[in-house]
Ligand binder design. Sequence first.
Ligand code: NAD
Length: 180
Amino acid sequence: MGRLKRGLYIGRFQPFHNGHLEAIKYVLENIDELIIAIGSIQDSHEIKNPFTAGERHYMIQSALLEAEIPHDKFYIISIPDIDRNAVWLAHVRTLCPPFEIVYSNNPLVARLTKEYGETAQLSTIPFFNRMQYTATEVRRRILEGENWEDLVPPAVANIIKEINGIKRIRDIDASEGDLF
Ligand code: NAD
């Protein structure tokens, strides 16, 4: 057997939604193993970043196992932001197993991979139902009391309810004002 081909997929996952899950399924058709990196782990309890790194880890792992993605196909790793974009990819490398492909549609991640990727190449991901499958839309619907559960895997909906996430988002909004 040749060397394993490993990719990196980074996101804030605030929260993890069906678009993220479809992206991971798509990527896993093309590589052997995927590192799912939770970014901005220092942020939580803000209207745009309501969930902690631990809660996001719980959501992602539960959703992937619910989707019957074998556990030996993925790693979930937490990455804090740093102040210097130019050394960000090197920072990510110190926290992850080796990877050779970065999968992202985020313009800054794409730029930093192209400029500082060295041995890593960039690959974009098709957008899945981009109008609805966005974390902003999930948070907006939670806030407005609209149907948000269809936008996330069932495991994530259950976890958001288990950790009292709906009340947290509404309470943060009430104290911060509408920042969408
Ligand atoms: P995100 O959760 O918004 O998205 C994760 C990925 O999924 C992105 O590539 C996004 O385009 C893709 N995606 C979203 N919806 C999709 C859909 N419906 N179909 C298909 N793909 C979809 O996270 P993000 O904001 O892209 O995360 C980037 C992370 O990298 C952040 O935490 C950021 O802080 C971090 N970062 C940090 C530095 C630094 O510390 N200096 C520099 C660059 C990036």
